[in-house]
Design a protein around this ligand. Structure first.
Ligand code: NAP
Length: 343
């Protein structure tokens, strides 16, 4: 089969199109024929080795440590089951499926994700990929296209995890950063669907698209952010759904209401954050870290996909052999929504 893999960390030029054997599903696994695989920022950071490590922020590393090279990238797969390994119901063959890319630390509905397809095991930049049967969900009945389905796992899973960990409720005011991106646009839609008032931070050329996706207020990140946020949320912010962090955390924490929650799932704006800790404890505020989703949250997402209650925006599609161009397009940040590869 054709696959695109990284033999080492580096720029887009390290992505290599290769011919490799179709993987054999092990016991308890299924083989999925990939019809669409969506890109995520983690594809760029994993390729670059941009995650650092606890003792060495500049270390070349994947998000959970060293990457086992060569690695086929791609977390977010929609496709059809082509074969099953021992111990898996053969009735699954032919089903249209969405794969939960997470590798969890334990069994059970609230397990923590500690690995990812395309990072700790081979992913979907390929014609076929294997996955544990319990991570493969039948979405044959979904009205969404395969491109839209592939847009869900990491972006919507992460956004849903953030909303859940931030206990976002109807009637509250949520601020979403990086709102035109994969996770950000998903967070706008999820917060809106929960009945929150959504204040979205984005860049000038994308504000209309973010508003169209459901934001009640849009804020230009090039302007005076604290002033704009105060205008948009005069009674304060209940929950931040933040993939940018950096200076934004410093600026936004004092704008939280009593008992507010600021949930961080990314660091596009900077890794080092300074803030006045008094603004946290004196107001019973919470700063919450959020990595992906739990199995229970992914089940929730799959149900949403089956009902078609979500409308992922696909910004562009590329053939597999243009994976490097697709990653360059993602890095340029001109997109609104998701970029998808077709193996
Ligand atoms: N914790 C997790 O489990 C998890 C899962 C997935 C992703 N992530 C992280 O979440 C972040 C977003 O991922 P994604 O896949 O949604 O990326 P994406 O599709 O590339 O979207 C990122 C958006 O953030 C904004 N942005 C970029 N650089 C910025 C900067 N320096 N300052 C402020 N805003 C900036 C841009 O939107 P505007 O032009 O609209 O501002 C950009 O479109 C990444 O850091 C990624 O690693 C974390």
């Amino acid at each position: 089969m054709r696959a695109v893999r990284i033999p080492r960390h580096g720029g887009p030029e390290v992505l290599e199109l290769v011919s490799v054997p179709v993987p054999r599903p092990e016991r308890g696994e299924v083989l999925v024929k990939v019809s669409a695989v969506a890109l995520n920022n983690t594809d760029l950071w994993t390729r670059e080795g941009a995650y650092g490590s606890a003792g060495d922020p500049g270390a070349l590393s994947g998000w959970r440590g060293p990457i086992g090279f060569p690695r086929i990238q791609g977390a977010d797969v929609a496709g059809h089951v082509a074969a099953v390994g021992d111990g898996v119901d053969a009735e699954l063959v032919g089903a249209r499926v969405l794969v939960d890319p997470a590798i969890y630390d334990s069994d059970g509905p609230d397990a923590n994700p500690v690995g990812l397809m395309g990072s700790e095991r081979d992913g979907g930049y390929a014609e076929y990929v294997t996955a544990p049967a319990e991570r493969v969900h039948d979405v044959t009945a979904s009205p969404l296209t395969d491109d839209q389905l592939a847009s869900l796992p990491t972006a919507y899973g992460t956004a849903l995890g953030m909303a859940e960990r931030g206990c976002l409720r109807a009637g509250e005011t949520a601020v979403v950063s990086g709102a035109s991106g994969g996770v950000g646009l998903a967070a706008v839609q999820i917060a809106r669907a929960r009945g929150a008032t959504v204040v979205a931070i984005s860049s000038a050329g994308k504000l209309d698209a973010v508003r169209d996706a459901g934001a009640d207020h849009v804020v230009d990140r090039a302007g005076d952010l604290p002033a704009q946020l105060r205008d948009a949320a005069p009674d304060g912010i209940d929950v931040g759904l933040d993939v940018v962090a950096g200076e934004l955390v410093t600026q936004a924490l004092p704008l939280l209401r009593e008992g507010g929650r600021w949930v961080v799932a990314g660091a596009l704006g900077g890794y080092e954050v300074a803030f006045d800790i008094r603004r946290l404890y004196l107001h019973n505020a919470r700063l919450v870290g959020s990595a992906m989703h739990t199995p229970a949250q992914f089940e929730q997402l799959v149900e949403t996909a089956r009902r078609g209650d979500v409308a992922p925006v696909v910004s562009a599609t590329f053939p597999l052999d243009r994976a490097a161009d697709a990653q360059r397009a993602l890095a340029r940040r001109g997109h609104v929504g998701k970029i998808v590869l077709h193996p």
